[in-house]
Design a protein around this ligand. Structure first.
Ligand code: ATP
Length: 459
């Protein structure tokens, strides 16, 4: 196995074994590209969303939140362009029936493509004949009400952004916001992707985290640059190695006709550099489209300047699942360590999550299952949970193995109640990264851990 395939295989296996991510409907053979998040995965995703919301909404005066419906009036998708142009070029192999995205095929994403005697490309899997490219709309359709006909067709939203544009006036008026200001939303989106894959990187049902930032037209360039930097640094602040991230400006021919700029934040995954998030300058396209299609004026009247204008929009659009996967891939580490007791070299698997992102912050262990240690440990669990820390209690197995189990799921701190705890109230706190242990007064543990969390830096 190539090292990079090997790494993804190890991560997928760890995710299943430890309860981060399961194949959806696994007992029925699974449903292609659909995944379920287990007990640790759901905490990881919640932390991703909290980190995003805290930095985009809670910690700012100029951004407010929204939670719009997944099902929207079909006219929304006509106005946004999704009904007419949200499609991928699709090519089928007539022989093995494999399906490819024409652009990905050309880029060699499915392997080397040979030209046949007629000069047309052949299937990279079986060398069979390929069809011409056809446009395939990526929106999932369903029907509203009991009658399944065209008049009742509705679409599962392919992005969260349009619900923000259609609510622009509602939000600006009710929250008394004036540009520059943003509306943020996170939630499920659905795309009937032709070639989903790479675990949860590209799926057909996924969660997005998007923000539309409305600005006076002459300020759009300034805000575009601001949001590119802000979003790039967000990944670094949450523990992703800077050396694994880059900004990729879109070439002119990649840009939508209305867009004046787009920069992707990319991560170097085991399968290559790939998009994590796109930051786009969408100009006044969306608000103008919805004004034209709905007949409702979506311009903004500036009371101070006494002028009316259609705001321009800067959009940082990220994916929650892709971010969670990035945190997992970036955190994964294997360390060779010499075990003094056995004299052997052992491999320690450790997820080096930022403590804010780790599913469990403090694991609490009684050294042994007697002498009142379990009761004391459980009381500490309650205290730490009361201080807002995510905790986990474990009394099973040798202490070294308990540490290793927590290393493997990225728990930054392990707290052990031992004989000395019963005498003087101190506990042992072990650091995941350095494996160093120190004694801390029981009453000070929550504050001590919180201080360590905010000082944490990736080595
Ligand atoms: P791609 O080029 O990878 O298909 P995109 O440019 O179409 O993505 P956007 O429409 O800009 O993506 O969506 C914003 C973000 O939503 C992406 O950067 C990604 O993180 C996430 N996203 C988009 N499609 C998927 C998908 N099928 N599965 C998981 N996440 C996705």
């Amino acid at each position: 196995m190539a090292p990079e395939t090997d790494l993804m295989a190890k991560i997928v296996s760890l995710c299943k074994r430890r309860g981060f991510v399961f194949q959806s409907s696994e007992i029925y053979g699974g449903l292609n590209s659909c995944y379920d998040y287990g007990p640790l995965g759901v905490e990881l995703k919640r932390n991703v969303k909290d980190a995003w919301w805290n930095s985009m909404v809670t910690g700012r005066e100029d951004v407010v939140g929204l939670d719009s419906a997944i099902l929207q009036h079909p006219a929304v998708w006509k106005a946004s362009g999704h009904l007419d142009t949200f499609s991928d070029p699709l090519i089928d192999c007539k022989q093995c029936k494999s399906r490819f995205r024409a652009d990905h095929l050309q880029e060699g994403a499915y392997g080397e493509v040979r030209d046949g005697d007629d000069g047309r490309p052949r299937c990279p899997k079986c060398d069979g004949e390929l069809t011409d490219a056809r446009q395939f709309n990526l929106m999932f359709k369903t029907f509203m009400g009991p009658v399944e006909d065209a008049a009742n067709t509705v679409y599962m939203r392919p992005e969260t952004a349009q619900g923000i544009f259609t609510n622009f006036v509602n939000v600006a008026n009710s929250a008394r916001m004036k540009p520059p200001f943003g509306i943020a939303q996170m939630g499920k989106s659905f795309r009937n992707e032709i070639t989903p894959g790479n675990f949860v990187f590209r799926t057909r049902e996924f969660e997005q985290m998007e923000m539309e930032y409305f600005v006076p037209p002459d300020e759009s360039e300034k805000w575009f640059e601001y949001w590119v930097e802000e979003r790039f640094e967000w990944y670094v602040r949450n523990g992703v190695r800077r050396s694994k991230l880059r900004q990729r400006p879109h070439a002119q021919d990649e840009l939508a006709h209305y867009s004046t700029g787009c920069i992707d934040v990319e991560y170097e995954f085991p399968f290559g550099w790939s998009e994590l998030e796109g930051i786009a300058n969408r100009t006044d396209f969306d608000l103008k489209q919805h004004t034209e299609h709905s007949g409702k004026d979506l311009s903004f009247f500036d009371e101070v300047e006494k002028s009316r204008y259609v705001p321009h929009v800067i959009e940082p659009a990220a994916g929650c699942d892709r971010t969670a996967m990035t945190f997992l891939v970036d955190a994964y580490d294997e360390e060779e360590r010499h075990n003094e007791k056995t004299g052997k070299t052992e491999t320690r698997t450790v997820l080096r999550f930022h403590p804010r992102i780790a599913p469990i912050t403090v694991a609490v262990f009684p050294l042994v299952k007697k002498e009142g240690m379990p009761d004391r440990a459980r009381a500490i669990v309650q205290e730490l949970a009361g201080a807002g820390l995510r905790t986990f209690y474990d009394q099973k197995g040798a202490i070294g193995r308990r540490y290793r189990r927590q290393d493997e799921v990225g728990t930054p701190y392990c707290l052990t109640v031992d004989g000395q705890t019963l005498e003087d109230g101190t506990v042992t706190l072990r650091d995941r990264d350095s494996m160093e242990q120190q004694r801390v007064a029981g009453a000070e543990v929550a504050g001590f851990v919180q201080a360590k969390m905010s000082d944490w830096r990736r080595e």
